[in-house]
Design a protein around this ligand. Structure first.
Ligand SMILES: *Cc1c(COP(=O)(O)O)cnc(C)c1O
Length: 350
């Protein structure tokens, strides 16, 4: 199966499985898993932060960050289409009494700087205390402009807010811009990254930042049920991913571009966005069972069942169907996927 639904569907490679099998382990809740400790120091060093924390998922990583930065009655500002606001179950509010303050997101995925400034509350008993700004990079695959991010960060800093980066796919931004992880994240107090997306590990995220905040986040991780024991088996996959699967993200970007460019030659397909390892397409009058028919041809992707492909998606800022390239998608898979679309959307590519 050619699975274009997400870059989370990758299976560990043979060398990654060997690294996992060979991992030296201990009880990480006691701080005694040498492989987890190695992963945490490796990430802290790469991002030039004081400390890091290995967590089971990106959602838990962002939630630990919210809980470490904010208390009950505080609020955080984030884009209204951001993952932390829309796709994490409202965890900060549910579990921390932390109010989200969503602000308008520009077309490039960044919350508007003026909207951020306007959302910051004065010290007044009517208001929640504004504590934190959360940005996201990449956002629906879009690499954020460093200048625009710096400007948003400055607005937050001028009001003494802390700043968190949801960098689930930050390495896609790094290879696209040709900058290091430390450069990309220098303006942020805390940074969350996923090992389980384009990097190809089976699970795990890492939260990085100042030691005091990471110590606080470690307590929250335990309370949230994220204290794992011999987690070195998973951390070994993360170390392998950071060592071998970062530069190759460029291959995913090249393949996504090729997928977009060749799909756009099919009459009924319009490619609406080509962002790092993601493309978004609109299909004119698709059959309601198009996803099932593509599946029969060996291609997995989420094409909405009905017309209205240009309607906003609940999952992303961009409309249409999202197709994602990753470690388990080869050049040949791209050609076969395009052939499957062409065959289903008859009257398309000649
Ligand atoms: C996937 C994702 C998360 C959450 O990660 P999970 O491991 O799925 O919980 C957070 N933020 C962004 C931008 C993501 O893409």
């Amino acid at each position: 199966m050619i699975d274009l639904r997400s870059d989370t569907v990758t299976r560990p490679t043979e060398p990654m499985r060997r690294a996992m099998a060979d991992a030296e382990v201990g009880d990480d809740v006691f701080g005694e898993d040498p492989t987890v400790n190695r992963l945490e120091s490796m990430v802290a060093e790469r991002l030039d932060k004081e400390a890091s924390l290995f967590v089971p998922s990106g959602t838990q990583s962002n939630l630990c960050a919210l809980l470490a930065h904010c208390g009950r009655g505080d609020e955080y500002i984030a884009g209204d289409t951001s993952h932390i606001v829309r796709l994490e179950g409202g965890g900060g509010a549910v579990l921390g009494g932390i109010a989200p303050q969503p602000v308008a997101t520009d077309l490039d995925g960044l919350p508007d700087a003026e909207a951020i400034a306007a959302a910051i509350k004065p010290d007044d008993c009517h208001f929640a205390r504004t504590r934190l700004l959360c940005l996201e990079n990449t956002k629906d695959g879009m690499v954020q402009s460093p200048q625009r991010m710096d400007h948003a960060i400055k607005v937050a800093r001028d009001a003494s807010l802390s700043v968190h980066l949801d960098g689930a796919r930050m390495w896609n931004a790094c290879v696209d811009l040709g900058v290091s992880g430390a450069e990309l994240t220098a303006g942020f107090d805390t940074v969350s990254m996923c090992l389980s997306k384009g990097l190809g590990a089976p699970a795990g995220s890492v939260l990085s930042g100042p030691r005091a905040l990471i110590d606080e986040a470690r307590k929250w991780r335990k309370m949230l049920g994220g204290g794992l024991r011999q987690a070195g088996v998973l951390a070994a996959a993360g170390i392998h991913a950071l060592t071998h699967h970062v530069e190759r993200l460029l291959d995913d970007h090249v393949r996504a571009t090729r997928l977009g460019e060749t799909l756009s030659e099919i009459d009924r397909i319009e490619v609406t966005a080509l962002n790092t390892n993601m493309i978004f397409i609109s299909i004119d009058a698709p059959a309601s069972d198009l996803s099932e028919r593509l599946r029969e041809r060996g291609v997995l992707c989420n094409v909405p069942r009905t017309r209205g492909l240009k309607e906003p998606s609940p999952y992303s800022q961009l409309s249409g169907a999202r197709l994602v390239t990753h470690l388990d998608i080869s050049d040949d898979d791209i050609s076969r996927a395009v052939d499957a679309f062409a065959a289903e959307l008859a009257g398309g590519r000649q």
